[in-house]
Design a protein around this ligand. Structure first.
Ligand code: UDP
Length: 239
């Protein structure tokens, strides 16, 4: 599968935390707003695949710290991402966008299984493809899966939409008021400096495969559309 050459194909990663609007579960107003911005981007001819996180439901690492088996807790985390995927699918369809959800854990009544060639066909037909259940494997994060999916279906860019932060900073801006936003950085430098806005496995998978990534904030209205059409908001990570 070669990387798409004519036109733009991107992988948008949405944090699960954003879907919850600050609490556990799905905030329909937030998901509707996000869907509207994706619809707007797609109307410009951008092919868009989406990976949704699940932090608004469960994070395996957190549950395991509180006594659960890590692997089982990770599967709960993955199931959370499927609920977010269905919520996003619903609001996209309401806005007239054709969608498919593909999951890494088989659940035929709910979604297609993850089939990369079929995902590419959907994108070529203008459908938004939402990848749920992460990689289907414990110990992975949805950030890492986003990079893997982008590589497998030939996306030019991974767009990491974060909530509460609008790019890569010199330190965690929520903890260190002197942290400054970086507009461009290499994967090597981000890893060396231990910048954790995206997890290290995701950064290193990008680095090994020369996959560009843009980290940006989704709190600012319109930012998802801007990212989809290729505006240089946030931080560009390359190398
Ligand atoms: N998860 C997993 N394997 C994957 C993707 C996700 O085990 O391939 C689990 C893991 O427990 C993770 C949770 O699903 O904490 C939710 O995903 P993530 O934390 O990446 O969501 P986000 O922080 O983006 O909301």
């Amino acid at each position: 599968l070669p990387r798409k050459e004519n036109g733009r194909r991107v992988l948008l990663k949405l944090s699960g935390e954003a879907f919850g609007g600050g609490t556990v579960g799905v905030d329909p107003d937030v998901v509707s707003r996000i869907a509207g911005e994706i619809a707007e981007g797609v109307s410009h001819g951008v092919e868009c695949a989406v990976v949704v996180g699940g932090g608004n439901f469960f994070r395996g690492a957190e549950l395991s710290q509180r006594g659960m088996d890590r692997r089982r807790a990770d599967y709960m985390g993955m199931l959370g991402t499927v609920m977010n995927s269905l919520a996003l699918q619903d609001f996209l369809e309401q806005k007239g966008i054709s969608t498919r959800v593909q999951t890494a854990i088989a659940m035929g009544q709910v979604a297609e299984p993850y089939l990369p060639l079929r995902a590419v066909r959907h994108l070529e037909k203008g459908r938004v493809v939402i990848f749920g259940a992460g990689a289907g494997m414990p110990y992975f994060s949805t950030d890492t899966v986003s990079v893997q999916r982008a590589l497998e279906i030939g996306c030019q860019e991974v767009l990491m939409a974060k909530n509460g932060v609008d790019g890569v900073y010199t330190a965690d801006p929520r903890k260190d008021p002197s942290a400054e936003k970086i507009t461009e950085i290499t994967y090597g430098e981000a890893l060396q400096r231990g910048l954790k806005v995206v997890d290290a496995t995701a950064f290193s998978l990008c680095m090994d495969n020369s996959q560009p990534m843009m980290v940006f904030g989704l709190d600012e209205p319109g930012n998802i559309t801007r990212a989809l059409v290729g505006e240089p908001i946030g931080t560009l990570v390359t190398g």
